[in-house]
Design a protein around this ligand. Structure first.
Ligand SMILES: C[S@@+](CC[C@H](N)C(=O)[O-])C[C@H]1O[C@@H](n2cnc3c(N)ncnc32)[C@H](O)[C@@H]1O
Length: 645
């Protein structure tokens, strides 16, 4: 099956159905400050129609309007706007040599409105890409020069010149006519295809794997689905169109059918295309300032001095920086080696911000390697309290330990348990972060193998593991914590099975927790309904993040508050196969009772309770023992045992 990369390489090159420019300097939620050296184009999403002609501008999901915020927008000292634009043109040229049609298509996609001026279309393919105005002028200038040089030549020559000029005019007229004819054809096609006829089984178009044909078919079907009543053909059902669209999307973007379907239904049709398209583009490189060692302004200055071009990641983060380009590898600067920052995706700041650890708390990061979030937690704790950075994979704890050392974290304990063993290992935490192992459907732009390497069985296994882990995370928190009692669940996946489904499950199995606001002021609400599923209404408090919408990896964040340490006895043996939803019960009156009866039953069951399986005194003793051991081995200090121990 051809991947999305194919169109870029082969003769079948075509403009993508909807190109979202993800490398622009501002991401939607962030209302970022002025970008002085915008190297990339503004966010303009256009849909290309048959033959690579533009059909419609469908979305511009990014907000470009906040140019006047913070006065300290960073920029590398060298370079100017112009030189950047030049560089960008160079990139286009080298990437697209050898195909006129493709050049035209990419102009639209990359340059957007700001660069592709209104007269661009009339100049034909490639005009904006090659800066045709300038080139035309140059060529004209060269011709003028030539005319000057040969001004004194014989009349014969000038007759020849006339002939040439006439011939050029004729050629131009012929070309214009051909283009006009082509344009008329397009118009006719559009009119005819207002009712888009799905190709029949034997139709060669249906069989075609030519990506340009596939892409055109995607466009047409999306157009029909967006105006189904008017544009559908005869009695064709929505499903007829959708099943063809799903096949085409698999072919065009290179996903397996199972995953394509799973992802497709998360979004309205046009938005799904934007999502798949955004997965083809890398997200911005971001770093997190390690406030244990430096401050963002100082770090930014140090990096700018090395020629790094950067900006704050957005108003929503006080520690993030977005790196646009750097003359030095950003993972090997002296500042990096000295632990002044962590290379970390912007989305992965979010769960820690939601967790909001307070100084002196005991926090468990249940699945923590390589430690991006653990080290952020440690920084927010200002090296007080304790972070238990756990990961089931021993190999991965090596990078965790390395990061902890590099960043100067002194309040961490690294452990290597299956998270499901908590709180048997240790409990009574003020807060727990479960950044769960997941399918990675939010980070496809980083790891395209996700498109094909996950089966239905994988998703089932993951979801089971996530459900077991979330219960362990909840049970590891002390509801009586004076400052905390919170659990944050996150994944870098956008599938409902790994997110709302897991949270819904936790709400059912642990009526001693409730969802609370994540405190994050952007992100889309979690689903309270998805296809045939209905979830607890409070799931709207959870947040979803998407690459096409927020210009960050796809992510999900949910925050729970534990209100009691008591859990119903009957939940001890969790039956993970049980698919009990907060299903709306349609009563005789026809009114929907959204699972009220079931929740009432759950609440009643909660009365029959037992204490959660950890003992604060025992824990304290264990911690004391381990601290004593640490003091003895590291500092040679021997503590006297407690008298009553
Ligand atoms: C999404 S990654 C964690 C990333 C990490 N929180 C960070 O910010 O750097 C998920 C982690 O879960 C770990 N993991 C998988 N199964 C686990 C289990 N049963 N218990 C604990 N950790 C597990 C994996 O080894 C992996 O490191």
């Amino acid at each position: 099956m051809a991947g999305r990369s194919a169109p870029k390489k082969g003769a079948n090159k075509a403009a993508p159905p909807a190109q979202t420019n993800n490398n622009k300097r501002k991401s939607n939620p962030s209302k970022e400050p002025s970008s002085k050296k915008a190297k990339t184009a503004p966010a303009t999403t256009k849909v290309a129609a048959k033959g690579g002609k533009k059909l419609a501008k469908v979305a511009a999901p990014q907000d470009d309007s906040e140019d006047d915020d913070e006065s300290w927008a960073y920029g590398a000292v060298s370079g100017s706007d112009d030189s950047d634009v030049e560089e960008m043109d160079d990139e286009f040229v080298s990437a697209e040599e050898g195909s006129d049609i493709e050049v035209g298509a990419l102009n639209d996609d990359f340059l957007g409105d700001e660069f592709a001026g209104s007269d661009e279309e009339s100049k034909g393919p490639g005009a904006a890409m090659f800066g045709s105005d300038d080139e035309d002028e140059n060529e004209q200038g060269e011709e003028d020069n030539e005319e000057d040089i040969f001004a004194s030549d014989s009349e014969e020559d000038s007759d020849e010149d006339d002939m040439e000029a006439k011939s050029r005019k004729l050629d131009a007229a012929a070309q214009a006519e051909a283009e006009e004819a082509e344009a008329e054809m397009q118009t006719n096609i559009m009119l005819e295809s207002d009712k888009y006829v799905l190709p029949g089984e034997d139709h060669e178009i249906l069989q075609s794997t030519d990506l340009q044909v596939v892409q055109a078919r995607i466009q047409e079907i999306v157009r029909v689905l967006n105006n189904f009543r008017e544009m559908r053909e005869g009695n064709r059902s929505r499903n007829d169109y959708i099943s063809q669209l799903l096949k085409d999307l698999c072919l065009y973007y290179g996903y397996n059918e199972y995953l394509m379907e799973k992802l497709f239904y998360i979004f309205p049709v046009s938005e799904a295309i934007e999502f798949f398209e955004a997965n083809e583009v890398p997200r911005p490189v971001t770093i997190r300032t390690n406030t244990l060692k430096t401050r963002r302004r100082e770090l930014a200055q140090a990096l700018i001095n090395r020629g790094v071009n950067l900006d704050p990641v957005g108003k929503w983060s006080k520690v993030g920086l977005q790196v646009f380009d750097s003359p030095v590898p950003i993972g090997a600067t002296p500042e990096y080696l000295a632990g002044h920052y962590m290379l970390q995706a912007a989305s992965s700041f979010l769960p820690v911000m939601a967790l909001a650890p307070q100084e002196h708390e005991r926090v468990l990061d249940m699945a923590s390697a390589p430690g991006g979030k653990s080290t952020y937690i440690a920084a927010l704790l200002k090296n007080t309290g304790m972070v238990f950075a756990n990961d089931a994979n021993k190999d991965r704890t090596k990078s965790l330990v390395a990061n902890i050392h590099r960043l100067g974290v002194k309040n961490a304990v690294v452990c290597n348990y299956d998270g499901r063993e908590f709180p048997g290992v240790i409990g009574g935490f003020d807060r727990v972060l479960l950044d769960a192992p997941c399918s990675g459907t939010g980070v496809i732009s980083k790891d395209a193998s996700v498109k094909t390497n996950k089966s239905e069985q994988d998703f089932q296994m993951l979801s089971q593991l996530q459900k077991q882990l979330i219960l362990a995370a909840i049970d590891s928190v002390d509801a009586g914590s004076k400052t905390g009692g919170y659990i944050v669940y996150s994944t870098c996946s956008v599938t409902v099975d790994e997110n709302e489904d897991v949270v819904n499950y936790a709400l059912k199995k642990r009526p001693n927790v409730k969802l609370v606001s994540t405190g994050l002021d952007f992100g889309k609400e979690g689903f309270t309904r998805f296809r045939e599923k209905v979830f607890h209404p409070s799931i709207s408090l959870t947040r979803r993040y998407y690459p096409h919408m927020h210009n960050m990896d796809g992510f999900y964040v949910a925050k729970f508050k534990k209100v009691s340490n008591k859990i119903p006895k009957k939940e001890e043996n969790v039956d993970l196969d049980e698919e009990e939803e907060f299903t709306p019960i349609v009563e005789e009156s026809g009114k929907r009772n959204r699972g009220g009866k079931k929740r009432a039953a759950a609440a009643k069951a909660a009365e029959d309770v037992e204490q959660v399986g950890f003992n604060a005194d025992e824990d304290e003793e264990l911690i004391r023992a381990s601290q004593a051991k640490l003091l003895q081995t590291q500092k040679g200090i021997k503590l006297r045992p407690k008298k009553n121990a």
